[in-house]
Design a protein around this ligand. Structure first.
Ligand SMILES: [Zn+2]
Length: 580
């Protein structure tokens, strides 16, 4: 089927029933000065003038009380958007590919914000010579889509993958995703399903993207049946070379923690301490853990691993304890979202370096915490290194700012490796600027105290970054922000080297983790390593890990439809390919 024909078929979805011509309000007193509006800016429920190309046209028969009549439908396109139309006035010179100035067309808006241009008996259309000016071809950009649209091809990178991806439980009645029980209270059975919920982003903006089960299995390069079958096995043995190193730690029975109210939880997040916060006003830490600072209403609490909140808090405290153990062995703090096994290796591609190490994934199951350590090898170039490299080559501050705000805007933030976008530069030094109005510490002091990461007081400019997981932009010193592999011109040879590095890291990961998980303590109680247990990898975690490996940070091109839900656009592809 040709692309053009399919587009015509898909110009309107079944739920979009065009309004009857008699239901459309008549044009108000005609105003002679009518400026043409772009298709991206059509005002709903008004008569407009547009200059657009007839991208597709088909004819169908309709009936009213006078009998049958012909109705045209299809799509109009300019360089800003593509909008379906229906035309009741067959005398208009509509022809595929022709460029028309159409006046007094009515803009109908459907409930889901989708638009339809209705060409009524009041509408006029005259051909416009297509010599100069725009070519009336829409090149879709993610940030430019402000209305639902069908069969659109979008290209971009995937900067984040939602945790509601992978193997999910789906309610058999309402098809909602079930966590515990159905959010709609169906009380029906559920079945395993495979999906990917992520973000797609280009330089113009970002959008949620949802891949259904078939495309998800295609991305995973696995048979869908095989994946769903795997879901029913609760856990699978870790596969020798490719999988993680797994450690089971016994949790103390009846774990007690202290809960306290504080004014600013971030001030208690100190490097090496086991304090975790709920992000608002409360902090939690194992009893017996020394905490500096004033605590209001500190009280002891039992943590029940059977509850959501309990297991989440236990998981985060164990994460901190394991982090402390790993740093004790390697002598290096977490950076770029991974624990380094060696010093970063220069790659001689700009100032990029290879970070070889591992990341951890911790989950709490009953009386034990399962720690998975995944070998990692990733390429990063810090913005600080990049700025200095450009300076040495003679770039001006303006030129560097322009690069950072446009084609080098996608970055990864230390220490956890969260993706984000550069929003602005502050031309001040890390050692002189206070991190916030409330916290007078400069950036160098803050990063040393909070994360044990060295930031030179001379670093400049400071970078405003909007993390994709947060609404507010945060300010970082430039050494704590990096470009990922996708931003860097890496050759095939380098990629081979990186893969080899990852494969060879596994034995060392096993060794470091064995030492790091010995003597991990929560408030004086040691978490015993349960050696005898089978090393089982969580199936959901395994699938999630594979999805991240294949999709996170990669460039993709996808074709599908954009719909509006809860006030925001969602892209539902029916085809997807990885680029590069
Ligand atoms: Zn349900």
């Amino acid at each position: 089927m040709s692309r053009r024909f399919r587009w015509a078929v898909m110009s309107l979805q079944a739920k979009h029933v065009p309004p009857k011509p008699e239901e459309i309000p008549g044009p108000e007193s005609r105003n002679d000065e009518r400026r043409a509006v772009k298709l991206a800016d059509l005002p709903p429920a008004q008569y407009v003038t547009v200059v657009a190309k007839v991208a597709s046209i088909r004819v169908r028969e309709a009936w009213d009380r006078l009998g049958s009549k012909r109705v045209f439908s299809g799509c109009l396109e300019d360089e800003t958007f593509r909008v379906p139309y229906v035309c009741h006035k067959t005398a208009l010179p509509l022809e595929r590919g022709s460029i028309l100035e159409i006046s007094s067309a009515y803009v109908h808006e459907f409930e889901d914000r989708a638009l339809l241009l209705v060409l009524t008996e009041h509408t006029d259309a005259k051909p416009r010579a297509s010599t100069d000016g725009p070519d009336f071809v829409w090149h879709p950009r993610i940030g430019g889509i402000r209305r639902p649209v069908w069969n659109v091809a979008l290209s971009g990178v995937v900067p984040s993958i939602s945790c509601s991806s992978g193997l999910v439980r789906r309610c058999n009645r309402c098809k909602s995703i079930v966590r515990g029980s159905c959010p709609n209270g169906c009380d029906a059975d559920w079945d395993w399903d495979l999906r990917i919920s992520c973000t797609i982003q280009d330089r113009s903006g970002s959008m949620k993207m949802i891949l259904g089960r078939y495309l998800s299995s295609k991305v995973l390069e696995r048979n869908l049946g095989e994946v769903l079958l795997l879901a029913n096995a609760k856990a699978v043995p870790s596969d020798g070379d490719a999988g993680p190193a797994i450690f089971n730690l016994a949790l103390p029975k009846g774990l007690k923690v202290m809960e306290a109210l504080v004014e600013d939880p971030s001030r208690y997040r100190h490097h090496g301490s086991l304090v975790v916060s709920d992000g608002v006003m409360r902090i939690y830490f194992p009893k017996g853990e020394g905490v500096a600072g004033e605590l209001i209403d500190a009280k002891e609490r039992d943590l029940d691993p059977g509850t959501d909140q309990g297991s989440r808090l236990i998981k985060r405290i164990v994460e901190r304890a394991v982090e402390r153990g790993i740093e004790g062995v390697t002598g290096r703090p977490m950076t770029q979202g991974i624990y380094l096994l060696e010093r970063p290796i220069p790659l001689y591609c700009e100032r990029a370096k290879l970070y070889a190490g591992f990341s951890t994934d911790i989950r709490v199951e009953g009386e034990r915490a399962i720690v998975e350590a995944w070998p990692q090898a990733c390429v990063r170039e810090s913005v600080w290194d990049y700025v200095r490299w450009r300076r040495e080559r003679g770039a001006t501050a303006d030129a560097i700012e322009r690069s950072l705000l446009t084609w080098r805007a996608n970055v990864i933030a230390a220490p956890f490796g969260h993706p984000g976008r550069i929003e602005g530069l502050i031309f001040a030094k890390a050692g002189e600027e206070a991190i916030s109005e409330l916290d007078g510490r400069d950036f160098t002091t803050f990063w040393r105290e909070t994360y044990n990461i060295d930031v030179s007081p001379d670093e400049t400019p400071l970078i405003r970054v909007k993390l994709l997981s947060l609404d507010l932009p945060l300010t970082y010193p430039p050494s704590c922000i990096s470009f990922g592999e996708n931003a860097l011109p890496l050759g095939r040879g380098l990629r081979g080297f990186i893969d080899g590095k990852r494969a060879s890291a596994r034995a060392r990961v096993q060794d470091v983790m064995r030492r790091a998980t010995q003597g991990v303590k929560l408030g004086g109680v040691e978490l015993k390593n349960i050696d005898g247990d089978e090393k089982l990898m969580d199936v959901q975690g395994f699938i999630m890990h594979e999805i991240r490996e294949r999709l996170l940070g990669t460039a993709v091109r996808a074709r599908g439809s954009v719909s509006w839900m809860r006030g925001q656009p969602y892209f539902f592809p029916s085809e997807i390919v990885r680029l590069g």
